[in-house]
Design a protein around this ligand. Structure first.
Ligand SMILES: [Zn+2]
Ligand SMILES: [Zn+2]
Length: 347
């Protein structure tokens, strides 16, 4: 399971960062799931090693332009490429009207079935390998965070041991692999778990954007292997974060800490922290790591492989969560007036 960031800027693109778009490449199936689709996402896909023809599902968090303006272009190109079988699109109820109007006024026809699923808190998608749920976050318009849960997998089956026990090849192996117990003809009872290695625990990836600090983000991110959380502002600009309902580095870190997540990846950065400015992104990273050490900062085209956990491996980070603060504090520094802002008008 690999996560590739296609856009990590908030509001507007910069030279080095496009607006929101995150791809999840799924194991054992040639499928990409895209989370948000800011303008230029298809260009980023072309520049990456990923193939847009493999996009199978698209999950949209909210209707702000920096999360959806790339959608029509990408969907239209997927149709022209002619090698897309079907795309399922999940998002707020308004998304269907938006796509419908775009198709109508631009006379766009998709050569493949596009299924649009309006979401509401709870289960969004489920199959034999994954469950995706969503919760409402706290933003200026309804915004949803997504939680992708992979199912646990039985550990590796010890074929040699099974043969040594005289278990005949065939369906009994399948039962044992699933953790069931079987009785051999001689009355011997064999328990599946005795022949399987440690269970491979399904991974949990959580995507929270756009939002100010909120309890739903914590419950959504509970025990996540990876929490991708927006970090539009520095802790020093917390007043602005509260006004615009975005997160600071410390809010994202406190969500990760309270949720006992394993890794935090920050994204959706305001362009105001570009190199040369007083505060820079490395400062946001320092702020977050002071609270949650296992924090990474996403950049465009960066790929993170989500490691698998086995049931016999203890989880790191648990002790850090003891005594976690539940609410972030506002910093004392007075924020600049919002009117002075032009570059991070993340609507
Ligand atoms: Zn945004
Ligand atoms: Zn937004």
């Amino acid at each position: 399971m690999e996560i590739t960031f296609l856009g990590t800027s908030s509001g507007v693109p910069t030279r080095s960062r496009n607006v929101s778009g995150v791809v999840m490449k799924l194991p054992q199936r040639a499928e990409l799931w895209l989370f948000d689709c800011g303008e230029g996402t298809q260009h980023q896909l072309i520049k990456s090693d990923l193939r847009s023809s493999q996009i199978r599902r698209i999950f949209i968090t909210h209707m702000h332009g920096d999360h959806i303006f790339g959608l029509m272009g990408l969907l239209a190109s997927c149709g022209l490429a002619g090698n897309v079988e079907q795309i399922d699109l999940y998002g707020p109820p308004d998304l269907a009207d938006y796509i419908k109007a775009c198709r109508r006024y631009s006379h766009t026809h998709f050569s493949y079935p596009l299924r649009i699923h309006p979401i509401q808190p709870g289960i969004v998608f489920e199959d034999e390998h994954f469950t995706v749920t969503c919760e409402l976050l706290k933003h200026r318009i309804p915004a949803h965070g997504y939680r992708i849960i992979e199912r646990d997998r039985p550990g590796q089956f010890d074929v040699e041991k099974a043969q040594a026990l005289g278990i005949p090849f065939g369906p009994l192996y399948g039962k044992l692999k699933q953790g069931e117990s079987i009785t051999l003809e001689d009355g011997q009872v064999i328990h599946g778990p005795d022949l399987c290695g440690p269970t491979e625990i399904g991974r949990k990836v959580v995507y929270c954007t756009d939002t100010v600090f909120c309890d739903n983000a914590i419950s959504l991110a509970a025990d996540a292997d990876v929490l991708i959380h927006e970090t539009t502002f520095s802790h020093q600009d917390a007043d602005m974060a509260f006004q615009r309902m975005h997160s600071t580095s410390t809010m994202a870190a406190q969500v990760a800490l309270s949720a006992q997540a394993k890794t935090l990846i920050m994204t959706h950065f305001s362009p105001r922290y570009a190199p040369g400015n007083n505060l820079q992104l490395k400062d946001l990273l320092t702020e977050a790591r002071a609270i949650f050490p296992n924090t990474e900062m996403a950049s465009d085209f960066w790929t993170y492989t989500v490691p698998r956990r086995r049931s016999d491996q203890p989880r790191p980070n648990r002790s850090q969560a003891v005594g976690a603060k539940s609410k972030p504090s506002k910093p004392k520094k007075k924020a600049k007036s919002p009117a002075a802002e032009s570059s991070d008008s993340d609507a």
